[in-house]
Design a protein around this ligand. Structure first.
Ligand SMILES: [Zn+2]
Length: 341
């Protein structure tokens, strides 16, 4: 009886495990190892963040918790912070207090996405908030009127203060010993992305264009304009810098990371163009039939994205982290873009 109970329990357990494997993709996917080049500095996870000067003696710092990164700088007249991802909670303020006694006086928004600015509530009221007019207009739209849930809710944030100072295309912000050049980039990740450039220190902060050591995030970084997203990579290289704060992942980017990103995106584009030209819609129809139009079209889309991603993965898995995870999605996003634009 006891034995029977144990076998029944074992069967139940096995069933549950198998069920879990069937139901959740992450349990069934065997991912390629993350290349060591994708990792940043090791830090104390119980503390929850890593903070360090980007270049010694510059007073320009970055803080990361492994998946997001923020730049801030001392000026002798107060701290200027670029973005406030809500995932940090109040850890940006804590990181700042760890390295300087200067109060935060300025906050710059690089773009309107909640995952990068909906943690702005942690800073004192009354600080100067700088962004482009495009960002301010978008934030006003996003935070006005009736919404089911407030802006920032789904990324753990809160509604953000609207910028107190805006500019159209370019602005030079001088605070204490820092000169900060702000420049609106062409429509790419969003329709009003701001690059934050420190010419003296040769440091660039440009968010959601390059994931250093990784392929672009799902759907080519959720870029709104894929032509612009490709073109902006070249634009980033036109600034004179050697370290870039990209907004995500656990390490900073160098110029080679941008070059690599351009090559990867072009590989995705070329592979998808080839697959669009060589994949036979009738072959998809033969598999799926004609009675369910959505299924037939879906089968065709899948065949295109699958053929393209197979080619791209063969080159990039083992070189860029996540190549086996999101190349299919990146190809699919590119396919839709090329079909419709
Ligand atoms: Zn974004």
């Amino acid at each position: 009886m006891k034995k029977l109970f144990f076998s029944a329990a074992a069967v139940l357990l096995t069933t549950l495990v198998v069920q879990a494997q069937i139901n959740t993709r992450t349990d069934t996917v065997i991912a390629a190892p993350v290349p060591y080049t994708a990792y940043g500095p090791q830090f104390d996870w119980s503390k929850g963040y890593y903070v360090a000067e980007i270049k010694p003696g510059t007073g320009v710092y970055w803080v990361t918790e492994g998946s997001h990164q923020v730049m801030f700088m001392t000026t002798g007249k107060g701290v200027v912070v670029v973005d406030a991802p809500p995932i940090f909670g109040d850890k940006i303020s804590r990181a700042i207090a760890e390295v300087t006694k200067e109060p935060v006086t300025h906050l710059i928004y690089t773009h309107y996405h909640a995952d990068h600015i909906a943690g702005a509530y942690q800073f004192p009221k009354g600080i100067k908030i700088i962004s482009s007019e495009g960002i301010k207009n978008r934030l006003r739209e996003l935070q006005s009127g009736q919404r089911e849930v407030p802006f920032g809710t789904f990324v753990g944030g809160k509604p953000v203060e609207l910028p107190t100072g805006t500019f159209k295309n370019n602005y030079v912000l001088k605070v204490g010993n820092k000169t900060i050049e702000l420049q609106v980039l062409a429509a790419s990740h969003t329709h009003s992305d701001v690059a934050v450039y420190l010419p003296k220190e040769k440091i660039l902060n440009a968010v959601d264009f390059v994931w250093a050591g990784w392929i672009p995030f799902d759907g080519l970084g959720e870029a709104e304009d894929l032509n612009g997203y490709l073109a902006v990579q070249e634009r980033l290289l036109q600034f004179d810098w050697d370290v870039m704060v990209g907004g995500h992942v656990g390490r900073l980017a160098n110029r080679q990371d941008v070059e690599t990103n351009i090559t990867y995106i072009n590989d995705v584009k070329n592979a998808v163009m080839k697959a669009l030209q060589t994949t036979d819609y009738m072959a998809a129809a033969k598999k799926a039939g004609f009675s369910n139009t959505f299924l037939t079209v879906e089968t065709y889309f899948d065949m295109v994205a699958h053929a393209a991603s197979k080619e791209v993965e063969a080159k990039w898995v083992g070189k860029l982290a996540g190549a086996d995870v999101w190349t299919y999605n990146n190809c699919r996003r590119m396919m839709m873009w090329l079909r419709l634009n």
